[in-house]
Design a protein around this ligand. Sequence first.
Ligand SMILES: Nc1ncnc2c1ncn2[C@@H]1O[C@H](COP(=O)(O)OP(=O)(O)O)[C@@H](O)[C@H]1O
Ligand SMILES: Cc1ncc(COP(=O)(O)O)c(N)n1
Length: 274
Amino acid sequence: MFFLSYFGGNHVRSTTSYYGGAGINADLKTFHNQQVYAATIVVGLTAQNTYGVQDQYAIPTSFISEQFKSIANDLNIKAAKTGALLDAKRVHIVAKEWQQYELGKLVIDPVMVAKGGAHLLSDEAILTMINELIPQAYLITPNLPEAQVLVNQTIKTDNDVQQAAKKIQKMGVRNVLIKGGHRSNSENNYADYILYEDGSFKWFVMPGVDTNRTHGTGDTLSAFITANLAKGYDLKMIMPQAKKFTYEAIRQTINVGHGHGPLNHWVEITMERD
Ligand SMILES: Nc1ncnc2c1ncn2[C@@H]1O[C@H](COP(=O)(O)OP(=O)(O)O)[C@@H](O)[C@H]1O
Ligand SMILES: Cc1ncc(COP(=O)(O)O)c(N)n1
């Protein structure tokens, strides 16, 4: 899906998952939590639960264009995020429509593989994303495996992470956040790294929560950021709260499903107070 952010609310998003834990559902819950209005442009559907993705269905590209037109002709969108875009045709149409309508700050969550292993972006789509979508983005939020695919290199050390972020920024995106959920260190900390457009950078290190209820962590983090960009907050102010929100949503577990369970989107972390 593809998400847009709209003042006092926002977003356009790409793929839905109907049990409610990841994809558009995690995004919408996060937007709602942050008190912004959310709109959606659906690019694909998944039959999905905490065990994995059982099936996928791609929305026809002409219908994706219709959704863009409907949103752009009515709503005052301030920021948007993408999610799983499935294939090259759909990445292309989203990139083309984004260019036409210019709907505010674009956050790309380059969802490639779901927890459980299902592929949500084809190999040929990655090149289309690099060539057509990434140069239009304000922020991209790859996890470590996605960053490795984007730069076509293995990422092991902190220095590798920093070099990869530089390489991704050179693709034309202003800010790069490489999420560390797939690489805990010997103290069981997870470190996320952000390279800002002014060349400054920051590591966000948080203790790892010992749980398999991590479905939708990346969606939640990037949706929190998008929601608060829509409200007009500066990215450097948003980042610590985005990390805190995601961490608390993982830590304060809810008991849903039997596999990779979803997060708790009722936690109360805002930009104004925590
Ligand atoms: N078990 C965990 N404990 C604490 N933080 C986590 C845990 N798993 C992921 N995170 C955090 O969740 C966010 C999403 O990261 P990640 O899981 O890498 O994204 P994705 O869902 O795209 O794979 C990051 O801020 C990461 O540090
Ligand atoms: C439709 C959709 N979008 C995104 C994700 C990624 O979430 P996760 O990496 O936590 O599985 C997903 N599983 N399904």
